[in-house]
Design a protein around this ligand. Structure first.
Ligand code: ADP
Length: 753
């Protein structure tokens, strides 16, 4: 703008004329001014809406004071002054725009100075507005220069801080634009007016602050009520659809004119489904019916878990909403922990953003998110429970589940029937009713608490075929076989136990009958077999001594002797088993040199080894152990015999003996000083799943060899254990096996099997 244009502009302003001068005589008196300010103050104090105060304060002030024709109301935003209202300034639109977006630092311009010093400032500027400012930041230079050009040259400006106690909430910048025709009662703005203006400003600031506090309190109350309403809706909802519907109703009712939808997220399909809607135009509802998260308008909300508000746009495919007259959308994530369970979508006019108060809606959405997650979790756990129940009830075995205190949590019908109970004590902890199940061990002795199947499983034990007697109310007894295991939480702590059991009374009786039969049969067979073997032996020796022995007879007699010996060994094994069962197997403990015992066994086995090399390894010639030499010889014979039976003809078998001092080798499982005997072959080996079963009675792995009853390892284990020892196997399929046993050097025996 040129100097000339500026001059013309100024000329356009009415100059002080005769009549204006005449009016000056009737100018408002200071008392009039105080009265108008008091009136205005009492009005402000009665207004409860801070927005209304901000909107009317300045215009009313200009109206009330003949010495002020224009003003800017600056508000403090974190130390910067920003204009909140402009009144009475005739400015070009671009200048108004510049002014509206201006920010003044403390000390900058007259208003900034009032903020910095905390007291009113007044300047008379014969050279225009530019002169009101001592320091101006580069960003505001253009603004101040334009204001200087567009405002009259001679103005008086006053800046009065709006102070509440120690805090300055803003600055009132007031202008007297010079002697003017336009206002009746015009008078100059003078230094003397300042105290009254400051008092007024303080009152206005207090009114503003009060209104803000009141509005904040109102907002908090509204938020609290809304939150309360949502919580009630959640608590009274019957199911998930009911919950989302009632929550949405509450939320939309809070925002007059808005409509909305609640979208639930299906995490498996990463999809949003419309679960409830309130007031949505049908085309909008159809749009939201079902969407892949990525294609939905709220993909970012689901992704980042942050709310988002924005105008609706054609290019985002939101045409149906736009056509229905909606202009803005607000999307809030329904958060449950770290995941987004759904989205609250609200639609309305362009002002929706102001009404959809984040601080009110986010806590509500979090609450709803958690409620949805809980309902889903509950539904999932119910369905899992139903499945488990179906499985458990269809099992023929009795199944019982208990919690960490041993209180029953689940039992199937089979359990009730097997326990012969009408009902089960679901509330009682195990310790409160140790004899409820009337369990006895196989000898008929009552169980201690720790021996109960639940107690064993709760102590962390996994067990199978734990046989107990259950005594019925009428004194009848059934034998049950229990298996049990602890139920562990993710962190490994035991939170319960499961016990499965079945009635084995019949099979137990059958087994007993079989054992008795075998004992009798073995006993009856032993004498004739022994006789046959003596005679076969005798005949063989005679034939061997005969000068012209017939090789075919010699061969036949050798075979006969071997086979009868083998049969006799099997019968002896059977007799040993029945002796053990009857508790009649006593050990004869002596000091035995295991090295010479092993050498004898190897010598005896050599004829049967048919070409296999039998090696004996030891550290010292003597390894004395207190044991029953007969039974340990039997164990060695079984292990070496098996190594021969189950390894190829030209292979080597190594028998190793070693002495282990206390604490030297923890792998043997024995504490004190002990001897270890191991037999290693290079046979086919044993698959891992069979290794645990080898020592069971009558167990025979599928080895293809016909001979044997599957008693050798069982008896060997019994003998070793009777000595307080331990027997084990290490085997690699295809590479061979090592069977070993450890015996304490000093007898711990005195007990029967
Ligand atoms: P038996 O030899 O009479 O069958 P045992 O109780 O001595 O009975 O052995 C049980 C099973 O263990 C055998 O049937 C066999 O399958 C397996 N077994 C024992 N020793 C060995 C071995 N050294 N190598 C491979 N398998 C073996």
């Amino acid at each position: 703008m040129t100097e000339r244009q500026q001059d013309r502009r100024r000329e356009r302003r009415p100059r002080a004329t005769e009549s204006a001068l005449a009016r000056r005589a009737t100018a408002a008196t200071p008392t009039d001014q105080v009265t108008s300010l008091l009136k205005l103050s009492s009005y402000l104090v009665s207004v409860l809406d801070p927005q209304e105060i901000l909107a009317t304060l300045l215009s009313r002030l200009v109206e009330a004071l003949p010495s002020v024709q224009a003003g800017i109301l600056w508000l403090d935003h974190n130390g910067r002054l920003r204009p909140s209202a402009i009144v009475g300034l005739t400015l070009e639109p671009t200048t108004t725009q510049l002014l509206m977006s201006a920010q003044l630092r403390s000390g900058e311009g007259l208003a900034g100075l009032a903020l910095q010093r905390g007291e009113p400032q007044i300047v008379e500027t014969p050279l225009g507005y530019r002169d009101t400012a001592e320091q101006i930041a580069p960003a505001n230079r253009e603004l101040f220069s334009q204001l200087g050009e567009q405002l009259p040259r001679r103005i008086t400006a006053a800046a009065v801080p709006l102070r509440v106690s120690q805090e300055i909430v803003g600055v009132l910048e007031l202008f007297n634009l010079g002697d003017s025709d336009a206002r009746p009662g015009w008078r100059p703005l003078e230094r003397a007016d300042i105290p009254v203006l400051q008092t007024f400003a303080n009152l206005a600031a207090a009114a503003l602050k009060n209104a803000q506090l009141y509005a904040e309190a109102q907002r908090s109350e509204r938020r609290l009520k809304a939150f309360d309403a949502v919580v009630t809706a959640i608590q009274t909802a019957a199911d998930l659809p009911d919950l989302v519907r009632s929550v949405l109703d509450v939320v939309v009712d809070l925002l007059p004119g808005a409509c909305g939808a609640l979208l639930l997220r299906d995490p498996a399909l990463d999809r949003l489904d419309l679960a409830a809607q309130h007031g949505l135009p049908p085309a909008c509802a159809a749009m939201l019916h079902q969407m892949a998260v990525a294609d939905s308008p709220c993909a970012e909300v689901v992704h980042y878990g942050q709310p988002m508000q924005r105008p609706l746009l054609e290019e985002r495919g939101e045409v149906p909403c736009l056509e229905a007259g909606l202009q803005a959308g607000a999307y809030f994530p329904l958060l449950a922990g770290g995941t987004v369970a759904g989205v609250l979508a609200l639609y309305g006019d362009a002002n929706l953003n102001q009404r959809a108060d984040k601080e009110m809606l986010m806590p509500i959405c979090n609450q709803v998110g958690f409620a949805i997650a809980n309902v889903r979790l509950y539904a999932d756990s119910q369905s899992e429970r139903r499945k488990l129940n179906t499985v458990v009830t269809s099992i023929a075995e009795g199944v019982l589940l208990c919690d960490a205190l041993g209180r029953l949590t689940l039992a199937n019908d089979a359990a009730l029937a097997l326990l012969r109970l009408e009902s089960l004590p679901f509330e009682q902890p195990l310790a409160a009713m140790p004899d409820f199940y009337r369990m006895r061990d196989l000898e008929g002795r009552p169980l201690t608490l720790a021996q109960l199947p639940f107690a064993r499983a709760l102590a962390g034990e996994v067990f199978q075929d734990y046989r107990l007697i259950l005594r019925g109310a009428s004194g009848d007894e059934t034998v049950m076989s229990f298996s049990g295991a602890p139920a562990r939480a993710d962190d490994g702590t035991i939170e319960g136990a499961v016990v499965v059991f079945r009635d084995v009374t019949a099979s137990q009786k059958l087994e007993r009958a079989k054992d008795e039969f075998l004992a009798v049969a073995a006993h009856e067979l032993r004498s004739p077999l022994a006789a046959v073997r003596s005679y076969a032996d005798l005949l063989l020796r005679r034939e061997q001594q005969r000068e012209e022995a017939d090789p075919r007879d010699l061969h036949g007699l050798t075979i006969l002797t071997q086979q009868v010996t083998h049969m006799l060994r099997m019968v002896d094994n059977l007799l040993d088993v029945s002796r053990i069962d009857a508790g009649q197997l006593d050990l004869q403990i002596q000091r035995v040199n295991l090295v010479s015992l092993a050498a004898q066994v190897i010598d005896q086995q050599r004829p049967a080894a048919s070409g296999r090399e039998l090696l004996l390894e030891y550290d010292a010639e003597e390894l004395y152990v207190e044991c029953d030499s007969l039974r340990i010889r039997q164990a060695m014979t079984n292990l070496i015999g098996n190594a021969i039976k189950y390894s190829p003809a030209d292979s080597a078998i190594t028998v190793r003996l070693r002495r282990v001092e206390e604490g030297d080798d923890t792998t043997t499982g024995l504490d004190g000083p002990h001897a270890v005997v191991s037999v290693t072959d290079t046979g086919a080996g044993i698959p891992p799943e069979q290794q645990t079963k080898l020592f069971q009675r009558f167990y025979r792995a599928r080895s293809g060899r016909a001979e044997g009853l599957g008693l050798g390892l069982y008896l060997s284990r019994q003998f070793v254990q009777m000595h307080g020892g331990r027997i084990w196997v290490e085997s690699i399929e295809g590479a061979g096996s090592t069977f070993a046993f450890a015996l304490p050097l000093h007898s711990v025996v005195g007990r029967k099997a």
